[in-house]
Design a protein around this ligand. Structure first.
Ligand SMILES: [Zn+2]
Length: 431
């Protein structure tokens, strides 16, 4: 086979695979939203890389009509994303606090003690499991990214550097390691082989054990127009309805659901074996009814989402074009993954934003993927004194506006893009 023919055959295979649901294997016939071609959103570009080639992949999300899972194709290998992960959970103080409260709540609820075992999948730098150590509750982290796992080990959190799945769960079970509690915070979205991952949790879980999973709630993504939370590193987007499909397939049951404010609105679902004596709480019916009322059982609710994303794009560009035509200066605040989806989809480059700022020093001196907007320390805003500041991590807008309140001294205003374009004047009045 010549090179061209083999490339074509590979491309054909890839597209076949992309159009099959990763949960139930049904054909994917409905587009949720197609955000065009985009570079991986965590691949920040150094000055030396500016003249090089940057890989772009489709950012096309589908919805499965059978199990209602919203999903992207696996365009990038998980190994490429996760082996050297730049995100250290402990950088976020509010996230560490959230984790601490969770640990206390679960230790009490499940009566965990020195004979119990808690396992966290994608345990990052030990931001969560560290809270079980002073309670004398044994904890084990499984983390594929070696650099963050090493930080956890240095902190005294037992951690295995492994990709989790059914095979590895079997090995742990052979070692006599079975869990009373399995924790998966914001990991389910990043798992390419969803069924193998869940099958692994079933193997690892004691008969009366509990699994808790946290993930951004698809219902909020849809109702709040959060299309920018779609990026290559997140393969799947879940509702409770889909989690119930997933649970049923693996002989699990959803016993409780909590609504959380994290990441623009998340769910924490509690699962147990179907054979477990644990009762199903009222919260499950309540959230399920809420999703049905929001239209999540109907495909038309999902296919209508494209219009929402396009409207934000038009409104944001209209505002930025008018501001630039009036001679205003604009910068960004933050360089989160979601910001890069927004910037690339809308085509907002240095022609609109002079620069953006971020509190993470790793990003300073680098450029946003695709659009190549330079990332500066936060102090750059005080030096340049822009007229407008576009807040990219809109889920933190209240915190950011409070921290940056002093920009009112020169009359600067904030632009919040999601759920719809909103201009906020820190001197008091919303415009
Ligand atoms: Zn499906």
């Amino acid at each position: 086979m010549n090179l061209q023919a083999s490339t074509l055959s590979l491309a054909h295979k890839a597209s076949d695979r992309m159009h099959v649901c990763r949960l139930c294997s049904a054909s994917l016939r409905h587009t949720f939203v197609d955000l065009g071609m985009s570079p991986p959103c965590e691949s920040f570009v150094s000055r030396e890389q500016l003249d090089g080639v940057e890989p772009y992949y489709p950012l096309h999300a589908f919805v499965c009509e059978e199990c209602l899972l919203v999903q992207l194709g696996e365009y990038i290998s998980p190994q490429a994303i996760f082996e050297e992960y730049a995100y250290f959970s402990s950088y976020s103080t509010s996230w560490v606090e959230h984790a601490k409260n969770y640990c206390q709540q679960m230790a009490e609820q499940l009566h965990l003690d020195q004979k119990s075992l808690v396992v966290e999948l994608a345990s990052n730098d030990g931001y969560l499991l560290q809270h079980f150590i002073p309670m004398n509750i044994p904890a084990l982290g499984i983390e594929p990214a070696a650099n963050v796992a090493r930080v956890a080990i240095e902190k005294g959190v037992a951690t295995r550097i492994k990709f989790f799945g059914k095979t590895y769960a079997g090995q742990l079970a052979t070692e006599g390691l079975l869990a009373d509690l399995i924790v998966g915070n914001n990991v389910l979205a990043q798992v390419p082989d969803l069924n193998d991952f869940v099958a692994g949790m079933v193997v690892l879980l004691k008969p009366e054990g509990v699994i808790t999973l946290e993930f951004p709630h698809l219902e909020k993504l849809i109702s709040q127009g959060q299309f920018d939370t779609i990026y290559h590193e997140h393969f799947s987007y879940f509702s409770l309805l889909t989690i119930e499909h997933l649970a049923k397939k693996h002989q699990l049951k959803v016993i409780d659901v909590e609504e959380l404010v994290t990441h623009g609105g998340s769910l924490r679902v509690h699962l147990a074996h179907v054979t477990s004596a644990r009762p199903i709480q009222k919260s499950v019916t309540h959230i399920r009814e809420q999703e049905v009322k929001a239209g999540l059982e109907q495909i038309s609710t999902y296919t209508a989402f494209t219009h929402r994303a396009r409207k934000v794009k038009r409104d944001l560009l209209s505002f930025l074009i008018a501001a630039k035509s009036a001679g205003k200066t604009i910068c960004g605040y933050g360089a989160p993954g979601k910001g890069n989806t927004l910037l690339n989809y809308c085509g907002i480059g240095p022609d609109f934003l002079d620069f953006t700022v971020d509190r993470n020093p790793y990003k300073h001196g680098r450029y946003t993927p695709g659009m190549h907007i330079s990332i500066e320390p936060v102090e750059a805003i005080d030096r340049i004194k822009p007229d407008y500041i576009l807040i990219l991590p809109w889920n933190l807008k209240d915190e950011i506006i409070k921290q940056m309140h002093h920009v009112r001294e020169w009359g600067a205003k904030f632009i919040v893009p999601i759920p719809g374009v909103e201009v906020i004047d820190p001197r008091g009045d919303e415009l």
